[in-house]
Each structure stands twice: as structure tokens, then as C-alpha cells.
Design a protein around this ligand. Structure first.
Ligand code: ADP
Ligand code: MG
Length: 139
């Protein structure tokens, strides 16, 4: 099934000029970039995006990190895009990520782990709508 998912290249990765390399890995995995922009989140926007984690001990640190520099948000489209991109990203903790994954290659630690990807169809739709309107997505 053709799906769409939301990707974020996080501030640790944009700061190290890894945007191009990560987008290359995404395209080489067969995912199509149907929307793309670089933005700098406010604390409020980061908190809104990560509402599901508001009660976690790392919430304040995570939302500080996500506002520490620019992020590159994109919508990826393809067969099983949600699961495909989660696999390409690798485990949340890079110490547990498989060889060949983005996080294994680039992540600094469990927080500064270079990329975000939606974890379900429902969340993908919510997250895509958080950052993009219809006119910004070119199917
Ligand atoms: P994922 O991004 O793999 O879906 P989660 O949804 O569990 O992971 O967490 C969201 C983000 O919060 C992670 O990508 C990471 O940046 C940060 N995070 C998760 N767990 C921790 C932790 N134990 N300590 C610090 N930051 C964390
Ligand atoms: Mg998650």
C-alpha cells in the first residue's frame, strides 16, 4: 500500500551538514520526497509536536534540543513508507541500531539521534498536517 510518513532531520544532523547524506539514503531506499522544508521550531511548536511524550522525564530536554537549531521536515511517499522509513532510521538508541541505518551511522546518543519518523498511519497523518498544508505536498 502506498503511504506517506513524516520525516524530521534533527538539529544535531543539520548542524553537522548531514542533510544531503540523509536525504540521499532516503531516496536510495526508494522513498519519494513529496514535500520538504527547513525551519526552526519554537519551544511551543516542539512541545506541540511531541505532546505524546509530555509526561516523560526527557520531554523538556528533548524539546530544548529540537529548538536548538534548524530542522528539515519532509513528507516521504512509497510502498509501506511508514515501516520502511522506521527500518531505515534504526532503533531510537543508536547503540542498538542496526548496521546501515541512519541512526547507526549518524546519531550521537539516544536523544540526539538525527532523525524522526512517524510510527503509525494515524500519527503520520497528524504529523504531516502539523507541518504541511495540501498545497505544499506534490504527489
Ligand atoms: P522514536 O523517535 O524512535 O520514535 P520515541 O518516540 O520513543 O522514539 O522518542 C522520541 C524522541 O525522544 C527520540 O527520538 C529521542 O530524540 C528522544 N528520546 C527518547 N527516549 C529518550 C531517552 N530515554 N532519553 C532522552 N531522549 C530520549
Ligand atoms: Mg516516536
Amino acid at each position: 500500500m502506498v503511504e506517506r510518513t513524516l520525516s524530521i532531520i534533527k538539529p544535531d544532523a543539520t548542524a553537522r551538514n548531514l542533510t544531503g547524506e540523509i536525504l540521499k539514503m532516503i531516496e536510495e531506499a526508494g522513498l519519494k520526497i513529496v514535500a520538504l522544508k527547513k525551519i526552526k521550531l519554537t519551544k511551543e511548536q516542539a512541545e506541540g509536536f511531541y505532546q505524546v511524550h509530555k509526561d516523560k522525564p526527557f520531554f523538556d530536554s528533548l524539546t530544548d534540543f529540537m529548538t536548538s537549531g534548524p530542522v528539515v521536515v519532509s513528507v516521504l511517499e512509497g510502498e509501506n513508507a511508514i515501516e520502511k522509513y522506521r527500518k531505515l532510521m534504526g532503533a531510537t538508541n543508536p547503540a542498538k541500531a542496526e548496521e546501515g541505518t541512519i541512526r547507526k551511522k549518524f546519531a550521537l546518543d539516544i536523544e540526539k539521534n538525527s532523525v524522526h519518523g512517524s510510527d503509525s498511519k494515524e500519527n503520520a497523518e497528524i504529523e504531516i498536517n502539523y507541518f504541511f498544508n495540501k498545497l505544499e505536498i506534490v504527489g
